[in-house]
Design a binder for this molecule. Structure first.
Ligand SMILES: Cc1cc2nc3c(=O)[nH]c(=O)nc-3n(C[C@H](O)[C@H](O)[C@H](O)COP(=O)(O)OP(=O)(O)OC[C@H]3O[C@@H](n4cnc5c(N)ncnc54)[C@H](O)[C@@H]3O)c2cc1C
Ligand code: HEM
Length: 403
């Protein structure tokens, strides 16, 4: 336990550190990578360059420190991060490295303002926060390993099939190289892919949501090719049937609540449709088993146009299996004449509050995934309609940020 005095010091210095948060964490990463270049194999370099990851880490450390006398309040947020750490294979012995470099960075950025008393208090607080992460992650590694078909870190999978789903999205069906069982997962969960891209000095890790339904003998990832993106281009252009990819066990806390009988709206933009499609398949399988009969489902997806719209027929078929209680709405921002002629979409433009109000079943729980501006617009629209925050759930396809 931290002493009252330490807690007081931490709380009184959170604002100062938060103010210099970005400078401190950017310095921290430079410092840590120069001393521990092996960690360059774990961190996402694009996130570093865009400052997203330093910001996310800074936010987390300050949020944790601000709640240092009531850590249970932030446990849900810690679990989300711990899942990502577990999927990346982060180990307990790496925490002191982060701690040491973070403290040194605080000292080097703040200079004399960082008194020995302040540094000692932060050192102690970091230890407490790190212990929370380490123990939760230890539990998660154990669970992942002990699950039927499970494993703790990375396991080689063979690309069984590679299927182009649109001009920009390609699916990879992956089966375990050892031929043994694979862990099931909750719809909404993701795995981490670890790859060595030829010509790149470090290994790269990226998360991909599972787009298939649980319980199959394979995992399916559906990957959008990002302009200038390292791993997505490698997967699209160089990885083919027969190739091997290292995968983490399924992870994540963005889960479809299958016990909930309230209506559900699956709301996605672009490649954000992957967790939603897994959820829709699961709802269809549940409906077939008589679970939550008649539960209203709306699958609403926003794409630029038909050529980049993935999994269209599959989604319609899954909704068809649910029957009358399921509805699908496709919204195209820039439909082509061919899209119009083929009647591929239900609305032209963007999803807005009025459209959500008109199409959503009453009292629905909303699951949202897509680019950050899309998610922000959806959350704002739902809030303007009076939807309470506990009916709004979302997943970031990158480091979490403020919506
Ligand atoms: C939980 C979760 C689930 C996800 N699920 C999916 C999914 O189902 N499908 C999917 O396609 N993706 C998914 N993602 C995103 C995925 O993990 C990758 O971020 C994505 O594939 C891009 O990776 P990349 O290596 O191709 O791009 P990166 O190399 O990481 O680059 C990302 C972007 O940053 C730009 N960039 C690179 N370097 C710089 C620089 N120096 N300065 C400025 N910009 C730069 C690139 O041009 C690119 O546009 C998910 C992410 C998370 C966290
Ligand atoms: C108490 C200490 C730590 C805190 C508070 C913390 C916090 C965070 C946060 C907030 C994220 C972003 C999660 C997200 O939104 O996706 C993250 C991701 C990550 N963390 Fe930690 N972390 C800690 C320790 C560590 C350690 C010890 C390592 C290993 C060296 C590590 C490696 C990573 C990596 C590799 C990512 C993903 C980076 C990316 O995708 O850009 N973290 N962490």
């Amino acid at each position: 336990m931290l002493s009252e005095a330490t807690i007081a010091t931490i709380k009184s210095t959170v604002p100062v550190l938060a103010e210099h948060g970005r400078t401190i964490t950017e310095h921290f990463y430079k410092r840590m990578f120069s001393r521990h270049p092996e960690l360059l194999n774990i961190f996402n370099h694009a996130h570093q360059k865009q400052g997203k990851q330093p910001q996310a880490l800074a936010n987390a450390v300050y949020a944790a420190a601000a709640h240092i006398d009531n850590l249970p309040a932030i446990l849900p947020a810690v679990r989300v991060i711990a899942h990502k750490h577990r999927s990346l294979g982060i180990t307990a012995d790496q925490y002191p490295i982060v701690g040491e470099n973070l403290l040194a960075a605080i000292q080097e950025v703040l200079g004399e303002a960082a008194t020995p008393e302040i540094l000692a208090a932060w050192g102690e607080a970091y230890g407490v926060i790190a212990d929370v992460f380490i123990s939760i992650e230890a539990e998660m590694y154990k669970e992942a390993e002990q699950a039927v078909g499970g494993w703790a870190d990375f396991r080689p999978f063979v690309v069984d099939r590679k299927v182009a789903e649109s001009e920009v999205i390609t699916s990879f069906y992956l089966v375990p190289q050892d031929g043994a069982a694979i862990a099931s997962f909750e719809p909404g969960q993701y795995i981490t892919v670890k790859v060595n891209v030829p010509g790149s000095p470090n290994t790269a890790n990226r998360q991909y949501s599972l787009s298939c339904e649980p319980g199959k003998p394979y995992y399916r990832l559906s990957v959008k090719r990002e302009e200038g993106g390292l791993v997505s281009n490698y997967l699209h252009q160089q990885v083919n049937a027969g190739d091997v990819l290292d995968l983490s066990a399924p992870a994540g806390e963005f889960l479809l609540d299958r016990q909930d009988s309230r209506p559900v709206v699956l709301l996605s933009g672009g490649v954000g449709l992957t967790p939603m499609t897994s959820m829709l398949h699961t709802l269809a399988a549940d409906a077939a088993k008589g679970i939550q009969p008649g539960r209203a489902v709306l699958y609403m997806h926003s794409a630029l146009s038909g050529s980049v719209h993935a999994l269209r027929d599959e989604v319609l078929a899954a909704a068809g299996r649910i029957g009358e209680s399921a509805k699908v709405r496709f919204v195209y921002e820039q439909p082509t004449e061919a899209d119009r002629a083929a009647g591929l979409f239900d609305r032209e433009g963007r999803i807005d509050a009025a459209y959500l109000a008109a199409e959503s079943p009453a009292d629905a729980v909303y699951y949202i995934c897509g680019p950050v501006p899309f998610m922000r617009a959806m959350v704002e629209a739902l809030q303007s309609l009076g939807v309470e925050n506990d009916r709004i759930r979302y997943e970031f396809f990158g480091p979490a940020s403020q919506l």
